[in-house]
Design a protein around this ligand. Sequence first.
Ligand SMILES: C[S@@+](CC[C@H](N)C(=O)[O-])C[C@H]1O[C@@H](n2cnc3c(N)ncnc32)[C@H](O)[C@@H]1O
Length: 201
Amino acid sequence: MTGEHYFTAEPTTAANPREVEFSVAGRDYTLASSAGVFSAARLDPGTAVLLRKAELPSAETTGALLDLGCGFGPITCVLASSAPSATVWAVDVNERARELTAANAARVGAADRVRVATPDDVPADLTLAEIWSNPPIHVGKDELHGILLRWLPRLAPDGVAWLVVARYLGGDSLQRWLVEQGWQVGRHASQKGYRVLRVTR
Ligand SMILES: C[S@@+](CC[C@H](N)C(=O)[O-])C[C@H]1O[C@@H](n2cnc3c(N)ncnc32)[C@H](O)[C@@H]1O
């Protein structure tokens, strides 16, 4: 153990490559993962609730979708597979997470529609049709709020953000804070201690 966080920029932990298998909306995924990224050994239960309960984009969906904090890319791969006419921006501060997401986008045949980037590499004028995130709670409340204040204003007027947060990690207080910031926030679903929040203007 090196004590590195999953949101370390350049993990030094040995990669220890592995695969993570899961199914969403009747489709099976086998994605590459490795040490040094969030939930490397299995699809995170919160991410699983998000992908099961939120309204996945469809063949009709166009425009740019953002996977905010992509990790090894499970949300990116599901979005890209569900919405073949959309572009998915996969953003993470962790270099290994970005590498894995790029490899996994290729695995699901979506390399040409997935843009893997650091937060600073996303074009400033890009408008987002949807934001999807299992956000990094462990960075601390102030930083989490800063991340959300950075990306939510980039939603299109009719855009929607889907967030999953464990109740014990502050899902309900995050909902209240978003409302205080002027966002419309619905508790779309609640399962296994996770809140799925639907955020709109
Ligand atoms: C809870 S994990 C979710 C990972 C992945 N989406 C999943 O569901 O398995 C949150 C991710 O956010 C990333 N992260 C931390 N700070 C960030 C920031 N400022 N901007 C973008 N991503 C960040 C972390 O590196 C981590 O991969």
